[in-house]
Every structure is written in structure tokens, then in C-alpha cells.
Write a protein that binds this ligand. Structure first.
Ligand SMILES: [Zn+2]
Length: 227
């Protein structure tokens, strides 16, 4: 399987028969790396975890007819949109185009995804994160801890091949908490840090901290990894 880091929380995952593109974010075309012509013969599905503009880029609508969409249901497309769309809500499971798509409830907005496809299990957090902000109230941070842990616990016992987890350095020394908790409780063969706003050092920091080669060392946009 191939994984391409596109930008921010945007990744392309290529399996035997499918191409899954999560939270595409071209930043006004600056990071517009996807081209369906590179994947002729494969079934291409875009996933949108929620409607914040760093996760939902309307650029993806240009490929309607060539690709299909799995969209968090607060992100409604206009009623005359012609593409094939599955709208999803939290804590549900769906069969769509030969995939099993399950959702968690994000503690920011929308959903996180667990997708089973071609014998692989992929977790993409969207903005579900341990959003512990230094300086926030104890009540806020306690509630965030609880909501994050409750959602991740729903994956207990699952075997995850690839996990995409926020490592947002704006959280200062707490940037790693989402990954730490996920790895302690669930685990994954491979982890891609994301939502690090171009600060690639988040990857090496996580590698050095605890998880070594399980953490993919992203160093630039459009970087490809093969497993
Ligand atoms: Zn975000």
C-alpha cells in the first residue's frame, strides 16, 4: 500500500483496488497534488471529516463523476450536486463501494473515520484530538480528556494498520498526548502525524520521544511512503 502526505491533514492512501483521499487541503491550489489520471482503473473516494476549511476544500467537487465522496453530514453539498455522496454521522457504520466505513464523534467538529478496505484498517482522526491547551480552564481540559479517551476506547481490540493522528505543536508540550494515548490503548503498525501546520519537526519529535520507526517521518508535501 502507498500513502502520500498531501498537506496538513490531507493524505492519499492507495490500496490494491482503491484510492482514498482524506481531508484534502490544497490551500488555494498551492498544494494541489491530486490528479485522477494517475489512478485510472482504481476506485477513488474522497473523505471529509468536517467542514472547516483546512479539512474541506471545495476543489474536490471538481472531480465529481470521476470520484465519490464520504462526507460528514454537517457538510451538505447543494441539492443539485451530481456526484455520488455518502453522508455520515458519528457512531455509525456503513457499507460503501466495498468498504466498511465506521465513524467516531469528533470533540471538535464532525467525525473521525475507521475504514476497512482491501484487508487493511485505516484510522483518520479528522480533528478528534486531545486538545489540551495550556492556559485553558481545568473544566475545559478535563472535558477534552474525557471526550478523547471515550472515543478512542471504542477502538479497543481493533488492529489498525495505518493511523493518522494530530500532532499539533500549538499545544506545546501536550502535542503528543493524542498519539501517546492512542498507542498505549489501541496501537497501530504505522502512524502519520498530521495537523502540524507545516512544522514537520513534529514527526521527528514523536519518533525520538517514544515510537521510533512506527512514526513516519514526513519531511515535505507530496511525499510518498510504501509499505
Ligand atoms: Zn483542523
Amino acid at each position: 500500500m502507498n500513502v502520500i502526505y498531501l498537506n496538513h491533514s490531507g493524505f492519499l492512501v492507495e490500496t490494491e483496488n482503491k484510492v482514498l483521499v482524506f481531508d484534502y487541503y490544497s490551500q488555494g491550489g498551492r498544494f494541489d497534488f491530486f490528479d485522477p489520471k494517475h489512478y485510472t482503473g482504481k476506485d477513488i473516494i474522497f473523505f471529509v471529516s468536517h467542514n472547516h476549511n483546512d479539512h474541506f476544500d471545495t476543489r474536490i467537487l471538481d472531480w465529481a463523476g470521476t470520484v465519490s465522496y464520504v462526507i460528514s453530514d454537517e457538510t451538505r453539498f447543494s441539492s443539485d450536486f451530481k456526484g455520488e455522496v455518502l453522508y455520515v454521522s458519528p457512531h455509525e457504520a456503513y457499507q460503501f463501494r466495498g468498504m466498511e466505513v465506521e465513524t467516531l464523534l469528533s470533540n471538535d467538529e464532525g467525525v473521525a473515520f475507521v475504514v476497512e478496505v482491501d484487508g487493511k484498517t485505516i484510522y483518520h482522526a479528522g480533528d478528534l484530538n486531545w486538545w489540551h491547551w495550556n492556559g485553558e480552564s481545568k473544566e475545559f481540559n478535563d472535558e477534552i480528556a474525557k471526550s478523547y479517551q471515550e472515543e478512542i476506547q471504542q477502538l479497543k481490540g481493533r488492529s489498525i494498520d495505518v493511523a493518522f493522528i494530530p500532532a499539533d505543536l500549538r499545544l506545546e508540550d501536550k502535542y503528543s498526548w493524542a498519539t501517546d494515548y492512542f498507542m498505549q490503548e489501541i496501537g497501530a503498525a504505522v502512524v502519520f502525524p498530521m495537523h502540524f501546520w507545516g512544522r514537520f519537526e513534529a514527526c521527528t519529535m514523536l519518533q525520538e520521544k517514544l515510537y521510533g520507526n512506527k512514526i513516519c517521518s514526513i519531511t515535505k508535501e507530496n511525499q510518498k511512503f510504501t509499505f
